[in-house]
Design a protein around this ligand. Structure first.
Ligand code: ZN
Ligand code: MN
Length: 146
C-alpha cells in the first residue's frame, strides 16, 4: 500500500495499538489498518475511499468499522472532519488548523499554504458571538489549470 501522499516514517504497530486502547477501542487488524492508512496521509480521503483502499487487503473490513473508527478518532481530536466537499465528508489526520482547496475539475482536496492571520473579524457581530469560522477555497489545481 505505497502511496505518494504518505510522508515520513510509519509509526510501529504497537504505538498505534496503544493509541486505540487509550481511546477505548480494541486493537483489531481493521482498526490498525485505518490508523496506519491515515498516518501522514494528505489526500483528505472520505470514509468510502478509506474502505475502498483497505478492503482488498482486509476482506473482513466493514463500512460500519470505518465509520465507527473515524468517529472515535474525530472525538479524540486525532482527525479533522472537513466540510469543504459538499458531496462527502473528508478526513484529515493533521490536527493543526490549516486551509483547504477543492479542485472543481479533479475533485481533489489539497492543503493550501495561505496565511490568513491578518484576517480579523470582530468576535461580536450584532450580538452574534463568533467562536470559530472556517474559510475554504475552490477553483482549479495546478495540474488541472494547465
Ligand atoms: Zn485538479
Ligand atoms: Mn489538510
Amino acid at each position: 500500500m505505497e502511496r505518494g501522499d504518505h510522508k515520513g516514517k510509519k509509526k510501529h504497530i504497537p504505538v498505534l495499538a496503544e493509541k486505540l486502547k487509550r481511546f477505548g477501542l480494541r486493537a483489531t487488524p481493521q482498526r490498525l489498518a485505518i490508523l496506519e492508512f491515515l498516518e501522514g496521509n494528505t489526500s483528505h480521503p472520505s470514509a468510502e475511499e478509506i474502505f475502498r483502499e483497505l478492503k482488498p487487503h482486509l476482506p473482513s473490513l466493514s463500512m460500519a468499522t470505518v465509520y465507527g473508527t473515524l468517529e472515535v478518532l474525530r472525538k479524540e481530536g486525532e482527525v479533522q472532519e472537513l466540510t469543504i466537499d459538499p458531496e462527502r465528508k473528508r478526513f484529515d489526520p493533521n490536527p493543526k488548523p490549516h486551509n483547504h482547496f477543492l479542485c472543481r475539475k479533479c475533485g481533489r482536496v489539497y492543503d493550501l499554504p495561505v496565511d490568513l492571520s491578518a484576517l480579523t473579524l470582530p468576535a461580536d457581530i450584532e450580538g452574534f458571538w463568533v467562536e470559530i469560522f472556517t474559510v475554504d477555497f475552490y477553483g482549479l489545481c495546478p495540474a488541472c489549470k494547465k
